[in-house]
Design a protein around this ligand. Structure first.
Ligand SMILES: Nc1ncnc2c1ncn2[C@@H]1O[C@H](COP(=O)(O)OP(=O)(O)OP(=O)(O)O)[C@@H](O)[C@H]1O
Ligand SMILES: Cc1ncsc1CCO
Ligand SMILES: [Mg+2]
Length: 262
């Protein structure tokens, strides 16, 4: 499991259609990051069509960043279809611990068996019902403080759990990896975590979920490192980041991935 570039090549060969029910902040950022990576994103959230679209999409991602009751109904219906037909789907539990609405919605979505759960440390801790220090959509807990919660959540749900931050942690409940790629400018640009969730969704199509998630995080963090070399601040970084997602090759990933099995 060291040829992480192969997972990028496979994702690009599939160029998968990925349905995203995401938040208003992330829609454009996420769609551009996914296109630059080599996937085909479709932002489809209406209650009238979300479940129908989920019946033929190659992967689904659900992000609870800007919720409303109609969106929750669409999310639940789409996740149920994905679970029934065996389509991989990724949950992004934005600010999961902040309000009762978010706690209840996340708990309901977890019953639809996500393939991967990708969140920051505070969000992953909150999903296990523990008190988390999250500051809205931003993390206020360390990744290492969330490792135990990630293992428990993976064992309880059967999902691969990815905790992102300065050093990412990914586990399926038994095996685990740390990914040290990334740059401190990444959390200075909104929705880069949300966009990563879409990239993870694209990687898991037809690939082992644990391996594909680790590879997606290494690739994405490497793009952050490349973009930071030419950035003058968060604004130019955001632009360079999209360029880097597009330019990075499978060989670059094999040379630059900082992944260790724990
Ligand atoms: N301090 C850091 N240094 C290096 N990389 C980082 C740092 N913080 C986050 N990252 C990287 O940024 C990406 C997004 O992770 P992050 O944990 O910030 O998501 P998030 O909190 O869900 O973001 P958002 O909700 O704003 O979309 C990941 O690839 C992660 O590795
Ligand atoms: C800032 C923000 N607020 C709700 S969703 C979102 C995008 C980052 O998660
Ligand atoms: Mg987030």
């Amino acid at each position: 499991m060291t040829n992480w570039g192969k997972n990028l090549a496979t994702m690009r060969a599939h160029a998968p259609l990925v349905q995203n029910i995401t938040n208003y902040v992330a829609m454009n950022v996420m769609a551009n990051a996914m296109l630059a990576s080599g996937a085909s994103p479709a932002m489809v959230h209406a209650e009238e069509e979300a479940a129908e679209f989920a019946s033929f999409t190659q992967a689904l991602t659900i992000n609870i960043g800007t919720l409303s009751p109609a969106w929750v109904r669409a999310m639940t219906a789409a996740a149920q279809v994905a679970n029934t037909v065996g389509t991989p789907w990724v949950l992004d539990p934005v600010a999961a611990g902040a309000t009762a609405f978010r706690r209840e919605t996340s708990a309901q979505l977890l019953t639809c068996k996500p393939t991967v759960i990708r969140g920051n440390a505070s969000e992953i801790i909150a999903l296990t019902g523990e008190a988390a220090k999250g500051k809205g959509a931003d993390a206020a807990d360390t990744v290492s403080a969330a490792e135990n919660a990630a293992r428990i959540l993976a064992q309880q749900t059967g999902a691969v759990v990815a905790v992102t931050g300065p050093i990412d942690f990914v586990t399926n409940g038994t095996e685990a990896f740390r990914i040290a790629n990334g740059h401190a400018l990444m959390p200075q640009v909104t929705a880069l975590g949300c966009a990563l969730t879409g990239v993870v969704g694209a990687f898991v199509v037809g690939q082992d979920p644990l391996e594909a998630t680790v590879a997606a995080l290494a690739y994405y963090g490497l793009a952050g490192e490349h973009a930071a070399k030419v950035a003058q601040g968060p604004g130019s970084f955001a632009m360079g980041f999209i360029d880097a997602l597009h330019a990075i090759t499978p060989e670059d990933v094999n040379n630059g991935a900082k992944v260790v099995a724990t």
